[in-house]
Design a protein. Structure first.
Length: 109
């Protein structure tokens, strides 16, 4: 046991404890500063990406807006589609009312 105690006491330290403490605090400060800078850079980058995507979507919606004439044409086209479906439904109902063999209307009670 005395041999181990003597060996630990004879170990030489290359730097003094105050210098070691100073270097540790300096490295800790550098690490904190680096993490803070990375944090701000990441947040600014994510914000710019979000703002860019939002701006692009708004610009695309603004440039591809239908003119009043195109809106009217689209509305007429939609109305024609709906009217054609109503006509098809009415014709289908009329065909169902006629009997298959004699083409006489079926009486409903």
């Amino acid at each position: 046991m005395n041999g181990e105690l003597n060996m630990t006491m004879n170990v030489s330290h290359l730097i003094e404890p105050t210098v070691k403490y100073y270097l540790f605090n300096t490295l800790q400060t550098c690490h904190t500063n680096r993490v803070t800078i990375y944090y701000y850079v990441l947040n600014v980058g994510v914000f710019l990406l979000f703002a860019g995507i939002t701006g692009y979507i708004l610009y695309y919606c603004y440039t591809h807006k239908l003119s009043p004439y195109e809106k009217q044409q689209k509305m007429l086209k939609d109305q024609n589609i709906i009217l054609s479906k109503i006509r098809m439904y009415q014709e289908d109902m009329q065909d169902r009312r006629m009997s298959d063999i004699t083409n006489l209307p079926v009486l409903e009670r």
